[in-house]
Design a protein around this ligand. Sequence first.
Ligand SMILES: [Zn+2]
Length: 288
Amino acid sequence: MLQSIKGDFFPKIYMVTQRYGNDDGKGYVFELLSNSHSAICPMCGEESKRPHSYQDRTVRDLPILGESVTLLMTQQKYFCDNEECEVDIFTERTDLVNPYFQFTERCRKYMLKVASLVSCEAAVKILSYQGIRVCGDTLLNMLKEAGQVYQPNCGRRIGVDDWAYRKGQEYGTIICDLDTHEIIDVLEGRDKETFEKWLRGHPDIEIVSRDRASAYASAVTTVLPEAVQIADRFHITKNLLEALKDTMKTFMPEVVDVPNDEPVPPKAVEPNQLVKKTPKPLTGEPRK
Ligand SMILES: [Zn+2]
């Protein structure tokens, strides 16, 4: 299995070796040594074949069978020989990891998905159980950064809901693209003004799936009166259950008699009801 992981899950420029046991003696460790001969400068886009030095990084990846995965990466640095470029030296880049994050992109996306479904504190516990160690503040910053990254490419169909930084204490607003299921933005606060301000910067939005909170509905009506508002499935179900409860209450009497549930003593059996068992005749060969 691990041979397949090495070949399919890491960019081909790396020579991969694997061992078991991190500093704490647990989890899988993959050592990735760059074997590249050229790289594209991220600033000017020109290719460079002139190596400079190596850079070591430690990155966390998705766990394997509940065990943590650590990547010890040795990346190649190159000179940029373009005289008009702002940088002289750059580090090669791959889709595996963003140079500014300590988690691989696939791990980061998974963490964001979990954090967007529950609160940050709950996400930290769930992720820790799965072998991904992260603190709540890092997770919160990652969510905010994800919002900034995706904001300019916001889709036309969005979902909006309130979201707990700390359950029962501090709430924000999370906005997702309904087509790509990516987080578009995380706003501080869940009031009408906060969402209105955001909507003014996104006039192309056509459909908003939202909860029942009047603040979001009112913000959409004020800023984008042409946009279609949809109640999401979770909240429609919630509405239905609450309506059923209210209806039941109108039919139920105020006082309901509950029968005394003291144990009933077993009935005495009359002697003539007793039936004497007739012994069955023996069958088969007698024992010798
Ligand atoms: Zn350059």
